[in-house]
Write a protein that binds this ligand. Sequence first.
Ligand SMILES: Nc1ncnc2c1ncn2[C@@H]1O[C@H](COP(=O)(O)OP(=O)(O)OP(=O)(O)O)[C@@H](O)[C@H]1O
Ligand SMILES: [Mg+2]
Length: 380
Amino acid sequence: MSIASTDRELRVLHLEDSELDHELMVVHLLRGGLRVKALRIDSEADFIAALAQKWDAIISDYNLPGFSGLVALDLLAASGRDVPFILVSGEIGEDTAVAAMRNGASDYLLKNNLARLVPALLHAIEATEMRQARERADRELGESQQRLRELAQHLQTSIEQERAAIAREIHDDVGGSLTALKFDLAWIARHSTSAEVTTRVNSALETVTLAIDSSKRIMHNLRPAILEQGLVAALQWITLRFEKRTGTECLLRLPRYALDFPAGVPLVAYRTAQEALTNISKHAQATRVELDLSLAGGVLSLEISDNGRGLNQDDLAKARSFGIRGLRERAGTVGGWVDLSSSPAGTTLILSVPLNLAGNADIPTHAAPDADDPSQWGGL
Ligand SMILES: Nc1ncnc2c1ncn2[C@@H]1O[C@H](COP(=O)(O)OP(=O)(O)OP(=O)(O)O)[C@@H](O)[C@H]1O
Ligand SMILES: [Mg+2]
């Protein structure tokens, strides 16, 4: 709603040494249909004191005895207050007008053209208020995006902790009971004298063996035990399995020296390789895949590229696709990031994680083994 159409009273600070000119200005504003509360001041000290109050606009004469409109403009900028400032002068040269506008004045007017005053004032106030509202909205949006990012990263970490906890329960509870059951059944099978019992027991043994295999598979999917042997072993295992399962040629390049990763990094790298390979088998129609693990300049990078059909921005914007978005959030949990590039000749996904750099300071270089924290199992 425009200011003119509301009954709002505008607070105007007027820098003017002539009481007559001040009254003339007020008359112009009232005639223009505005409700105005105006204060006239004419010295630097009064201006600085008045800046402590809230104003809708400042109208300033260009030349005042011992003070000037341009100095007032500088003082306003230095105070950090965001108030529209209109410069009024008996005569104003082009250079002065340009300097004033450059220093943040909203507008300038000639004293003999005060008919422009009301529209100029309204325009200046509305433009300032709109800009402030936009800045506020941008700030709020930025804060909300930041909160969302933090929540997404927290969710990724929580998911891994929860998975590890479930895997441990399956291992300790279900796995332990099934193994005990298998021993007992084997004992019964050995000591049974009845053929009927032996048949039943052998069938039960088969079922228990299947259940043990299933619980191992579920545990592995929840939290790959191979990672306990290190990222390199896990990547070797996952590429071999991918090649076997899909028949796609898969080459893994590794650094020649041993790597020591901060806690959390191997799991993030492993999940990245896992999702990238799943995507390749689901979407890429590739015939060759390369994984490249390297460390250069303190930055660990894991590059997964395929020679498939490539992807475009629309693919990444799919509402129900969370794989790549999840990878970005996951990378953020260890201070890293994901780059994705693609052409009709294939797709490359790169995970980069600066190791032991300032941004990574909260990641311990050596995993502190904490038996009660499942996310710390195996120093991952
Ligand atoms: N290597 C690839 N080659 C070609 N297209 C790809 C490749 N990786 C991803 N895409 C495209 O990008 C889209 C988004 O991938 P993303 O992993 O985020 O989601 P998704 O695989 O569809 O679902 P999910 O949430 O289960 O991972 C895919 O739907 C696919 O169209
Ligand atoms: Mg996916």
